[in-house]
Design a protein around this ligand. Structure first.
Ligand SMILES: C[S@@+](CC[C@H](N)C(=O)[O-])C[C@H]1O[C@@H](n2cnc3c(N)ncnc32)[C@H](O)[C@@H]1O
Length: 403
């Protein structure tokens, strides 16, 4: 494995500060609330890393602060933890955070967030670690190192709510995933998981779904779907096939007999509603379906079918033949398509089955949010089980079911 090591000094302007004071070879952190450090926005290949913030021993260090590592220019938190002055002093004036990049990560930064009671002086930031073994992102023979640890239930945080059904969903389970991915190190653990890594590598650059969203789908497939009555996985909006391939790879491992069906025109968005949709007809047309089918064949995903055409013309017949559904991934961006996807799957959904909506919190997908508000929340009276990293709703289930 090759190693990588970067060191950034405070006068390197790639290191930024919102509240700090730049001095010679130092960013002094005053007792204010805000972002004491962010940047340097580098690109890191897949690998296992450590970020180190070194503090100047001449500046008294007090209080505690939140250190995190983000990719995607602040959009994807990879790891975070609280650091205290005592810990910094015990660590020879340094604070460390381990993290892992499952694939090439752009816009990577180290941040220090303070709440008015932290003081200290930043002397340098280091990012170093080992690159994952180079492999083609689309190489079906890509095997993950045997020592990579699998995520287990022990990695979930303990949510402070009752493990019970409330208003048709289980908030304990929603919080296990949402808090785990949002606030604890679960995302970093998942990035190391061999099954996640294999599924992510098979999807490669064929998906535009974010890694936090994929991580949640991983959790649903590995830990939560096996507890439900048998049902298949369907996806509305597959584009270049990446998220469907990701789900099929995991289903192959964890859900014997489950088929993954991806619906799409595979030729671009259909007509959109100018009153609500920012997306336009013909968007996402850059798909080479024959090449995609060849690839699915090459990687030997026998549990994946891709159904070409407008959902409105293809899905009813396919769902009628296929049988029950346990997970429906809705990633089609526009009002009419999200409406259709939800209504078409509802009669087939097993008790407690999941709808995962990729789009409602995406800036240019208010049409998708409106569909959830009008159909699921207002019309059908559903409450969400999870908000982060995406909206998750459950089909109602018999409360005598053993969870
Ligand atoms: C954001 S892309 C899906 C991204 C994909 N899940 C991934 O892994 O990157 C949205 C897709 O929804 C499809 N779509 C939207 N409305 C549709 C409809 N009514 N019928 C078929 N496909 C539709 C578009 O063709 C587009 O490929």
């Amino acid at each position: 494995m090759s190693e990588i090591s970067y060191r950034f000094s405070p006068d390197d302007l790639r290191l930024k500060t919102a509240i700090g004071l730049r001095e010679a070879e130092l960013i002094r952190i005053p007792r204010e609330t805000g972002t004491a450090l962010y940047g340097p926005y580098i690109e890191l290949p897949a690998g296992e890393y450590e970020a180190v913030i070194r503090f100047d021993p001449r500046i008294p260090c007090r209080g505690r602060a939140l250190m995190d590592v983000c990719a995607g220019w602040g959009t994807e938190q990879i790891a975070s933890r609280w650091i205290t002055a005592d810990e910094i002093l015990a660590g020879a004036m340094s604070a460390r955070l381990e993290f892992c990049c499952a694939h090439l990560s752009a816009g990577l930064e180290v941040r220090l967030l303070v709440h008015g009671r932290f003081s200290g002086g930043i002397a340098s930031v280091e990012i170093r670690g080992k690159l994952a073994k180079l492999q083609s992102s689309e190489d079906s023979s890509a095997e993950v190192k045997p020592e990579s640890p699998s995520v287990t239930f022990a990695d979930f945080p303990e949510p402070g709510v009752e493990n019970t059904v409330r208003k048709g969903r289980n908030l304990y389970q929603g919080y296990q995933r949402g808090i785990g991915l949002g606030f604890s190190g679960l995302g970093a653990r998942i990035a190391l998981d061999p099954d996640f890594r294999r599924a992510r590598a098979l999807a490669g650059s064929r998906t535009i779904v974010g890694d936090a969203n994929l991580a949640n789908i991983f959790l649903l497939i590995k830990f939560f779907l096996p507890r439900l009555p048998f049902g298949h996985i369907v996806e509305f909006g597959s584009y270049k096939g990446g998220s469907a391939i990701f789900m099929a790879s995991l289903a192959d491992k964890f859900l014997p007999g489950v088929q993954v069906i991806g619906f799409d025109t595979f030729a671009g968005m259909p007509a959109t509603d100018r009153a609500v949709d920012a997306h336009q007809s013909g968007g996402f047309a850059d798909v080479d379906l024959p090449e995609l089918l060849q690839y699915v064949d090459k990687i030997n995903l026998r549990n994946l079918s891709l159904v070409k055409g407008c959902f409105e013309e293809t899905a009813a017949a396919t769902l009628g033949q296929q049988g029950s559904v346990a997970l429906c991934h809705i990633d089609c961006d526009i009002r009419s398509a999200v409406d259709y996807a939800y209504d078409a799957t509802r009669p087939h959904m097993v008790p407690g089955g999941y709808w995962v909506f990729d789009d409602p919190f995406v800036a240019d997908c208010v049409g998708a949010a409106e569909a959830v508000e009008d159909l699921l929340i207002r019309r059908d009276g559903l409450n969400s089980e999870q908000l982060y990293p995406h909206y998750v709703f459950r089909e109602s289930f018999d409360k005598t079911w053993q969870w």
